[in-house]
Design a protein around this ligand. Structure first.
Ligand code: ADP
Length: 258
């Protein structure tokens, strides 16, 4: 991947040196082109072979004549490939959320959308013995925006709440109207975030050094994605947390009244 990134950067620098970009626009255009090349590499040269690796590991694991060492090796392959897959996915989502040219023109019912996200996360929550509760009032809360971006906001917050809770824990998701805004709150009683880390959680690639965080898989991009998506929609996102009480994320987005 580093090699591809270097090749893409070199191509852009060569084009710059040849004067292929108009003055003024040069930097912006060069960066956009670099980003497009890198994303192309991620989606084709990295994601496609990864899919093949994962499919083959899965297929081999279904056979029951392997010795314990082979099974352990295959499971390690699977775990490693899944981590790269998650990183590719989040990098592509982050690049997409940052593109200003994508229209924000869909009317989205955040209550229905949140139910959909919770359905998708139910398996993971069950596996970790975490109960997720949803409280929505009124039953429909509309905003205007990009479906995928809004999905990414809710799913990153709830997935984190599940991931950083201890087995037997509870996650409370609520949606309410407050004046002209929809307020989404995601509350957990999990490992919490210390004061120093709190200021940094929305930074790209930031992960706490707390071992209870590091032992769980993650890319450090989920909250950066959520923050970009929320601000693109004219909203705000904030966090209150302590290692004793757990974590509360609050998102507010402008309501759409038709
Ligand atoms: P990650 O993939 O590491 O979860 P995020 O960008 O989603 O990346 O979150 C950044 C960091 O913020 C996490 O690594 C963790 O330290 C902290 N964090 C986010 N959500 C929670 C939460 N609900 N409880 C405790 N810590 C959290």
């Amino acid at each position: 991947l580093q090699l591809y990134a270097r090749q893409a950067a070199r191509a852009v620098i060569t084009a710059l040196e040849r004067g292929e970009y108009a003055e003024g626009l040069a930097r912006e255009q060069a960066v956009a082109e670099y980003r497009a090349q890198l994303m192309d590499v991620l989606s084709h040269e990295v994601q496609n072979p990864l899919t093949a690796i994962l499919q083959n590991a899965e297929l081999l694991l279904t056979e029951d004549h392997h010795d314990a060492l082979t099974v352990r090796g295959l499971e390690n392959v699977q775990r490693g490939a899944r981590r790269i897959e998650a990183m590719c996915h989040d990098l592509l989502v982050l690049a997409r959320v940052g593109r200003p040219d994508r229209p924000l023109d869909h009317v989205v019912d955040l209550v229905a959308q949140t139910r959909g996200v919770l359905d998708l996360l139910a398996g993971e929550a069950d596996a970790r013995d975490i109960a997720i509760e949803l409280d929505a009032e009124p039953a429909e809360l509309l905003v205007v925006g990009d479906v995928q971006d809004l999905d990414a906001v809710v799913s990153n917050l709830v997935a984190n709440a599940v991931k950083y809770s201890e087995p037997g824990g509870r996650v409370a998701v609520s949606l309410h109207r407050v004046d002209q805004r929809v307020r989404i709150e995601v509350v957990d009683r999990g490992v919490g975030i210390g004061e120093e880390d709190r200021a940094r959680v929305f930074e790209e690639f930031f992960r706490s050094t707390d071992p209870r965080v590091r032992q769980r898989p993650g890319t450090g991009l989920g909250l950066a994605i959520a923050e970009r998506a929320v601000s693109r929609h004219g909203g705000t996102i904030s966090v209150q947390s302590s290692p004793e009480d757990g974590t509360r994320f609050v998102v507010e987005l402008p309501v759409w009244d038709g």
